[in-house]
Design a protein. Structure first.
Length: 281
């Protein structure tokens, strides 16, 4: 192997191993428009009809909303409750907030999943596929909203989280929680349309809303969007997430890993061959 051939092969191999070609093609295709939900917390009355509808739709225990005193303290979602409503005492009085998986545009959970069990569908929902899961639970560690939950007490455990009623969407139906809301606090549609509706509400009623749409930019944008009368910190929302999608933080590292594992040995082998050829000369 002469120097010219070695450098030519090394250059091509380096581009392939580091994903240079893949980087160049990123963003070249038009972005898809995904489904989402707009939550107007000024309209939520804390009836928890969304919780009951979700439980009924997915076969979970239906909460006794009249007697369980669940609004007495903030709750998190669980393996048997994909969505929960919490009550907050704020500077503008009592506010109720529904929480569930945010269905990020570039989800950290799918990027962390080694087997593509956690999958971002073309329609927008992030779903979990049991046939591909190996139980590593990296999705749980990576989620900035702490949404994937593991069935620790089941003999055949699953990862549980809101899937935006993906089966219903494929049938042309709305998510169960949206259909059950009696006050139109939840609105289902395309993100572009929901963003426009949210902006119009803020513009027409600036005294009613804080001038921010939560989920518009957080971690690169999410499928669930929120309007509020008070700063989102008062409603338990994380406001320290930034606007960069979480997978972007590891992209350069992951591109570099193949180079270290495969490119370096190839480089050393090539140098050894060149050294041997020079000695023969």
């Amino acid at each position: 192997m002469n120097r010219r051939d070695f450098l030519k092969v090394s250059g091509v191999a380096g581009m392939a191993l580091t994903g240079t070609g893949a980087r160049g093609s990123e963003g070249s295709s038009p972005s898809l428009e995904f489904y989402g939900v707009l939550v107007d917390t000024t309209r939520c009355i804390g009836c928890r009809a969304c919780e009951k509808a979700c439980a009924t739709e997915h076969g979970f225990p239906v909460p006794d909303t009249a007697n369980d005193a669940a609004l007495e303290k903030p709750r998190k979602t669980s393996e048997t409750a994909w969505t929960v409503v919490n009550r907050y005492d704020t500077t503008r009085g009592e506010v109720f907030v529904k929480t569930q998986c945010m269905h990020c545009w570039q989800p950290a959970c799918t990027a962390a999943c080694l087997t593509n069990a956690m999958h971002k569908t073309p329609e927008g929902p992030v779903i979990w596929r049991s046939s591909k899961c190996m139980g590593c639970r990296f999705c749980m560690v990576s989620c900035p909203f702490d949404m994937p939950k593991f069935e620790y007490h089941e003999w055949n455990p699953k990862i549980q989280k809101c899937n935006l009623c993906f089966d219903r969407l494929q049938e042309g139906k709305k998510p169960a929680c949206v259909g059950a809301c009696p006050t139109d606090a939840l609105m289902f549609g395309m993100k572009r349309d929901l963003m426009e509706i949210a902006r119009v509400r803020i513009y027409n009623h600036p005294e009613r809303y804080t001038h921010k749409i939560y989920g518009e930019h957080e971690v690169g944008g999410t499928g669930w969007l929120y309007l509020s009368a008070v700063p989102f910190e008062e409603l338990g929302f994380r406001t320290d997430l930034g606007t960069t999608p979480y997978p972007e933080y590891t992209r350069d590292f992951l591109y570099g890993v193949p180079l270290v594992l495969f490119g370096l040995p190839a480089l050393l082998y090539g140098l050894n061959q060149m050294s041997g050829s020079d000695n023969e000369d």
